[in-house]
Design a protein around this ligand. Sequence first.
Ligand SMILES: *Cc1c(COP(=O)(O)O)cnc(C)c1O
Length: 377
Amino acid sequence: MTMSVRSDIESRAACGVLTIDLAAIVANYQLLCRQTAPSKAAGVVKADAYGLGVAHVAPALYDAGCRDFFVAHFVEAVRLKPYLPSDARILVLNGLLPGSETDCADLGVVPVLNSLEQVTNWSATAKALGKTLPAAIQVDTGMSRLGLEPQDVDTLLAEPERLASVHVEIVMSHLACGDEVEHDANPRQLARMRAVRARFPDAKLSFANSAGIFLGDDFHGDLARPGIALYGGAPLAGGDNPMRPVVRLEVGIVQTRTVHAGAEIGYGASFVAPAKMRLATIAAGYADGLPRHLSNSGAAFFGGVRLPIVGRVSMDSIILDVTDLPAGTLKLGDMVELIGPHQTLEMIASDAGTISYEILTSLGRRYRRRYLSPAAR
Ligand SMILES: *Cc1c(COP(=O)(O)O)cnc(C)c1O
């Protein structure tokens, strides 16, 4: 059997459809560029472009003018490299583990150096290869996660031979509380970032994530690093979401039934029907990225009607209370909406006790993935 016949069968066989609107990602990128101008915006495409498929997303961003792509792990840079023309810059946020430096240099990937040890290793690699290698340097300004401490910066500038054969293109830091507009950590981190920036006058400054872009010009630096906002997530907690929705998730019904008062529903009988109810079982569960915390809490939608999840979310299925729909409305194979016009990413994330980022990056591999290309619209 040829691949394409098999993939035709495969796409008809899927019980759910995940639609990813690349035109919306491009529109979001353009909005973020306008918001940061005259500074530039990179694209953060770590974790397979937040679960949406970096092989599709990165080239679409490139075509929209994006030239800087951030991944988290070096292995992601290795996988991304073939999808981008050679003038795209790929940066590795987590830096390098010992042993990866030469591969990184050979691929022309730029590491974010997060410690003096990583600086030493990168400089040694550059010297061994007999060339100057580019780098970004991250400084921790108040998150205690990744980056040099302020005293490490003192050391670096007092002992410039540590940076021999390394060209620091970017100096960066990351906001811990950017999505909370009023949080006093934001101005504190900004003040520390400015002090660091003054010490690397020739490097470009990269500071804002999606949220930071909306905190005002002071936060923009030279190169913003939006992730979630590209993918339609709200950059700031609360308030209106200015981004265009990117993801739509619809899942098919595999069974409907009517139960009477007292019927026990799902694993652990965590829900007992208080009265006669109509139920529909859909073909997606926690293995498809619908968190078990949606048990007895989340919902799907059909024709604008909210269909509450009853009982526990199973690995491969979820039971919905469809009593609010007229009898016979839903049939085997009909699709209900999990993410879309009636239920935003933020709504389902909130029902699951999590954030949009975790919902996106968990979206399963069993859906048919349908990409709406920028050109097709
Ligand atoms: C993930 C990440 C980003 C992107 O953050 P969003 O909130 O998704 O915009 C930017 N910078 C760093 C260092 C990150 O880890």
